[in-house]
Every structure is written in C-alpha cells, then in structure tokens.
Design a protein around this ligand. Structure first.
Ligand code: SF4
Length: 384
C-alpha cells in the first residue's frame, strides 16, 4: 500500500458506498465487465453473470440489446416470454443494461470497449462522464484496459486536487493513478467514485452536502462561500419580504379605501334606488286607486244599466202577457160568437127540417086525401 493510497483511505473512510464493484472476471470482454458492474447493483454477481450469458445467447450482438424494449430484454434474461407480472422485477436491471449500452455507444460510437486497450490514457478523457456506468466502474474498466494501472482519469484527478491529496496540476506529468488506486483495491475506488457521482461534480460540486466538506480544502472554502451566499440570499429574501410586506400593506390600505369608496357609492345608489322604488310605488298606488274608482263607477253604471234592462224586460213581459190575455179574450169571444153562430145555424137547420117535415106531412096528407079521393072516386065508379 502506497502512502498516497493510505492517505486516500484515511480521508475517504467516512464515505458510505451504496453499490460495490464486481470482482474482475478473467477473460471477460471489457464491455461485459462494465455490464457486470451495472447488474450487480440489482443482484449477486453470480446471477448477473448468468444474465449476461442469457443475453449473449438471445442476441448475437450487443447493439441489438441496445435498441430493444425493456420488456424484451427482461424476457431474454429470464430465458423466454412470460407474463408482465413475472417479468416486472427484471425491468430495473434490464433498463440499466440497455442504458449502459446506449451510454457506451454515445461515447465510443461502437459497441465494445476492448479498443480502449490501444490508448487507455487518451480514452479515459472520452469516458470522463459516464453517469450510468458510474465513476468507480468506469475506472475499473479503464484500469483493466491499462493492464491493471488506472490511467489518468479527469474526474478522479479533479477530486484528488480538490481534496488536497495532490496539488493543482501536480499530476500533469503522471502516467497513471496506480499510486493512489493500486490494482485490487476496489474499496478506495468505490468510495472515491461515490463522492464524485454524488457530490463532486465538475461544474457545481454540492460541497454543502458532501461528507468530506470538513476535510476538503476546496469544499471548506466552497462551503464558506455557500454559507455567505445563503446568508446573502436570506438577507435578500428578508429585504424582499419586508418590501413585499410594505407593498402589501399599502395595497391593502388602497384596497380598503377603494372598498370604502365603493361601499359609499353603492349606498348612494341603493338609497337612490329606494327612493325611486318608493316613488314608483306611490305612482302605482295612485294609478290603482284611480283605476279602482273607475272600475267602481263602471260597476255602478253597469248595475244601473242592468236594473234598467231588467225593468224594461219586466215591462215588456207584462205587456206581452197583457197582449196574450187580450188575445185569449178575443179568441174566447170569437169562439163564443162561433158557437152562437153554430147554434143559430143548428136551429135554422132544425127549423128547416121541421118545416120540411111539415111540408112532407102536408104533402102526404095531400096525397092521402087525393088517394082517398081517388079511391072514393073509384069506389063511386064501381058502384055505378
Ligand atoms: S467537499 Fe466539495 S470539493 Fe471536496 S470532495 Fe466534497 S464535493 Fe468535492
């Protein structure tokens, strides 16, 4: 163990590692070694290795896995299609595997990492930002590509400088970082990688949250500046709050005045409306009284007219009855005259009948007398 490595271990001992690096598998291509680092975050290494074997069996090229759906990759890992419920536990490692391949493709424009062996130091710069693979796993792959010695890797150099382990620019002439991260010491690499990935970002390190802030010169200074900034921001917020409070008070006063003015105006309008309503009501009442009087007079006139009409009808009825009585009387008189006339005619007829009978009687007597005379004459003739 070198002095620098010892110093690093001491400095980073308070860092808790969330994910560990896998053990290096002899003969495994670097791309798969990186994949192993991604998968061991979800499962034991042995299982992760079997998953890689399953993917290699299902897909002839890693590029095909890169463009697959998460569900397809999960099915391939499981060894065949299955229900979504059974596949869903495999979605997180499947998604990470695909994103890792996508990241490699974007950084290298290829689907393998063994070409890193041609120029590990030069390629380390290209792999400075590998958020899916992570700093520690990237460093592990780079070290493997460089025969076990970690090449100069920008994120790690930056961290070493910031934490004061090396002076700024002190590694310009260094060929590798083996002195700090000897082969096989995953523990230090994991802790350092954890700090880089979580807090020690290139542009905006989150020193105020970093566990090394009390031990890191850069972090201490940055933290002080951050606190000053926070205090300034808090003071600015307070001033802004006070200013806003004054403005709000003024606004509330203005609104209160406006409300009072409006209320007064509304009261005037209300009173005016009340007066107008009362005036209209009085006019209406007057109109109603006039109308009622008019109706009353009309009703009285109608009543008088009706009474006159009834009197007229009554007189007409009496006149009609009188006419009918006179008519009946005349008719009775006529009937009486007719009866008298009939009686006279009857008497005349009786008289004529009697006269007729008398004449007939006289005629018969006359005929009898003639007959008797004739008979007497006849008898007289006979006697002769
Ligand atoms: S304190 Fe800041 S500069 Fe120092 S290691 Fe942490 S994040 Fe990096």
């Amino acid at each position: 163990m070198s002095k620098k490595n010892e110093q690093l271990q001491k400095l980073f001992k308070k860092v808790t590692v969330r994910v560990s690096l896998p053990k290096v598998v002899e003969g495994m291509p670097l791309l798969e070694q990186g994949m192993l680092a991604v998968l061991v975050r979800h499962m034991p290494q042995e299982k992760a290795e079997s998953f890689i074997a399953a993917l290699k069996k299902a897909y002839p090229e890693w590029n095909e896995v890169r463009v697959c759906q998460t569900e397809e990759i999960a099915a391939a890992i499981r060894g065949g299609k299955a229900s979504r419920d059974k596949l869903s536990p495999l979605f997180p490692p499947a998604r990470d595997a695909r994103e890792y391949l996508q990241e490699v493709f974007q950084k290298t424009h290829g689907m393998e990492l063994d070409s890193l062996r041609d120029d590990p130091a030069g390629n380390a710069k290209a792999l400075a930002q590998m958020p899916v693979l992570g700093t520690a796993a990237t460093a592990q792959v780079l070290a493997l590509a460089n025969g076990g010695k970690l090449p100069i890797h920008p994120p790690l150099v930056r961290l070493l400088e910031r934490t004061g382990v090396v002076a700024k620019g002190g590694l310009k002439k260094a060929k590798d970082l083996g002195e700090f991260f000897p082969e096989g010491d995953n523990s230090t690499l994991e802790r350092v990688g954890e700090v880089v990935d979580r807090w020690c970002h290139q542009k905006q390190p989150i020193c105020q949250e970093c566990v090394l802030v009390e031990d890191c010169p850069f972090g201490k200074k940055a933290f002080q500046e951050w606190k000053v900034q926070q205090a300034r921001a808090a003071a600015q917020r307070e001033r802004e709050e006070a200013r806003r409070a004054v403005l709000e008070k003024k606004e509330q006063e203005r609104l209160a005045k406006e409300a009072a003015r409006l209320a007064k105006k509304n009261e005037i309008i209300r009173q005016k409306q009340e007066r107008e309503t009362a005036r209209k009501a009085a006019i209406d009442a007057k109109k109603k009284a006039v109308e009622a009087e008019k109706q009353k007079k009309l009703a009285e006139a109608a009543k008088l007219k009706l009474e006159a009409q009834k009197a007229k009808e009554k007189a007409a009825l009496a006149k009609q009855k009188a006419a009918e009585a006179a008519k009946k009387k005349a008719e009775a008189e006529a009937a009486k005259k007719e009866a008298a006339k009939k009686e006279a005619l009857k008497k005349e007829a009786a008289r004529k009948e009697a006269a007729k009978k008398e004449a007939a009687k006289k005629e018969a007597a006359k005929k009898e007398a003639a007959r008797k005379k004739a008979e007497a004459a006849k008898k007289a003739a006979k006697k002769k």
